[in-house]
Design a protein around this ligand. Structure first.
Ligand SMILES: [Zn+2]
Length: 205
């Protein structure tokens, strides 16, 4: 196995530092500008694949099951995320529908799938073909996943609706809440972690 270079460059100011050996919970900061250089991966390297798979299951529940059901003057209606996207599209709000589709469904799903695709072979010490490109793709997808923004919008809508209608929270809403928490953990896995897993010996936490 190849060794990791023993220098590290600051992403903000390009200063080069000698790489320090980090212990559990250690974080290295740039001496010049204070940007985080790297942190000890801890046990996240071992937990990231199970967390990613759990996120995918929650993702399926969140997008396929009803988010809320609403009853107003005897009329009953419930919606799933995909249903909401279709309604937005039909109501002449195609750009909004597209934005919700991409930021809440498509990009997070692609991100999670790439993670599984990269992480499963890594468990056996192998790199998938196109490893570098896939890790870069994940870096560019990361800022576009906005499930938490969507969740906030849904919660605001529920609070507003609850004054005039009977609102019953669906299983997808709870899945969304759990998914938001889980995704925060999964996406906290620094892309550098993939490189460390591919080229480093596994670090003992
Ligand atoms: Zn710096």
């Amino acid at each position: 196995m190849r060794e990791v270079p023993d220098t590290i460059a600051c992403a903000s100011c390009d200063a080069i530092f000698q790489r320090a050996k980090l212990r559990s919970r250690d974080v290295a900061y740039c001496l010049r500008c204070g940007t985080e250089l790297e942190r000890h991966a801890g046990t996240l390297q071992r937990r990231v694949l199970p967390l990613t798979l759990a996120s995918l299951i929650l993702f399926a529940i969140a997008s396929l099951f009803p988010i809320v059901s609403i009853e107003i003057h005897g009329l009953h209606s419930e919606t799933t995320l995909i249903g909401a996207v279709f309604v937005l599209g039909r109501e002449g709000m195609a750009p909004v529908a597209l934005l919700v589709l991409v930021t809440t469904l498509l990009f997070p799903l692609v991100h999670l799938c790439i993670m599984v695709w990269v992480l499963v072979p890594l468990q056996r010490g192998r790199r998938t073909p196109g490893f570098a490109g896939l890790v870069r793709a994940m870096q560019s997808l990361r800022p576009w996943g906005m499930i938490e923004v969507f969740l906030l919008g849904v919660l605001v809508a529920i609070i507003k609706l609850s004054g005039m209608a009977t609102v019953v929270l669906g299983p997808a809403l709870w899945a969304f809440v759990a998914l938001t928490v889980l995704l925060t953990l999964v996406l906290a896995f620094d892309p550098r972690g993939f490189w460390e897993m591919a080229f480093d010996r596994p670090q003992n936490a």
